[in-house]
Design a binder for this molecule. Structure first.
Ligand code: ZN
Length: 311
């Protein structure tokens, strides 16, 4: 097998240059979608991987201009497959448009074969071979239960989707998100001794172990702050967020509630915290969360209204 290892381009994607094609290494091209926001940073990265044939990794949002830009990045070469890291809309809403245009199946961890006959499940450890590149699925539950990262074997680099982002903190939103799984997935990735990371948002990360150890340390610090808030007498998630996230802009607090719930559920699984459901809201239907002017497809589970305390 020929060696294609080279230093990737570390420049941060610039939202003003969405739609431009950036050749990061001989095997990897990046196209930034024009969907910047406080949740997506500069926007969603779509990657075109391989020489010929190629594969497309994460279609991104359903935008015609993005499909056109990715088609330019493909540059007439054969597209063998479309790979999907996870089901969140900023990565997956373009699936229908991309599938119809390139006429290839979408491969993802979730078995969508029942809904869409053209698509295929891609289990942990499965390998997709394209021109000059082998891509291996690495199941990384945590941000989403079905989340897949993809190891580019030739570079020993990992496409991380939303498991690791550059420049922003990953939200862990139960029930599909799980904090213990998230930290466990990070620890397994650190052991892989990767060379660099291609995140779903932001630029290439050149020091994977340092990056992921930093995320674990940040989560451990937040967890001990959550415990301190309980010690100080807070029992409701809104109060815990107000105390623990005093350093974060207030309009982001509705999102932080999910990560705090994820921390509390982890602590409950460990037998360190107990929760008492709120009887008045147990039957309330889940709501879509409003953050500033943006409606987020996060649904508030009834557990969000529970009371929490030390055991
Ligand atoms: Zn995302």
């Amino acid at each position: 097998m020929s060696s294609q290892i080279s230093s990737p381009d570390l420049s941060f994607p610039n939202p003003e240059r969405a739609g431009e094609i950036e050749q990061l290494t001989p095997l990897v091209r990046r196209v930034l979608a024009a969907n910047p926001s406080f949740m997506t940073g500069p926007g969603t990265n779509t990657y075109v991987v391989g020489t010929d044939p190629v594969l497309i990794l994460d279609p991104g949002p359903d935008r015609e201009d993005h499909l056109e830009a990715v088609t330019r990045a493909v540059d007439g070469r054969e597209v063998k497959a479309i790979m999907l890291t996870h089901d969140h809309g900023d990565h997956s809403l373009g699936c229908d448009m991309f599938r119809a245009h390139f006429e290839v199946p979408i491969y993802s961890k979730r078995d969508t074969a029942g809904k869409r006959p053209a698509d295929r499940p891609f289990p942990n450890g499965a390998v997709m071979v394209v021109g000059g590149a082998r891509l291996r699925g690495v199941h990384t539950p945590g941000h989403a239960a079905e989340h897949l990262c993809f190891l580019l074997e030739e570079e020993h680099a990992l496409f991380t989707g939303d498991h690791v982002m550059a420049g922003s903190t990953v939200v862990i939103a139960p029930p599909n998100g799980n904090m213990a799984d998230y930290l466990g997935s990070l620890r397994r990735l650190i052991k892989m001794d990767l060379s660099h990371l291609y995140p779903g948002h932001g630029g290439v990360l050149p020091d994977p172990s340092c990056e992921m150890e930093g995320i674990i340390a940040h989560r451990e610090a937040r967890e001990s702050s959550v415990l301190s808030a309980l010690q100080a007498g807070d029992t409701k998630i809104a109060d815990i967020v107000a105390r623990v996230y005093a350093d974060v802009q207030e309009f982001l607090h509705p999102v932080a509630r999910y990560t705090v719930l994820a921390h509390l559920q982890k602590l409950e699984e460990e037998g360190r915290v107990r929760s008492v459901p709120d009887p008045d809201t147990a039957a309330e239907p889940p709501r879509v969360v409003q953050v500033g002017n943006t409606e987020l497809p996060l649904r508030e589970p009834p557990e969000m209204k529970a009371s929490f305390s030390f055991i």
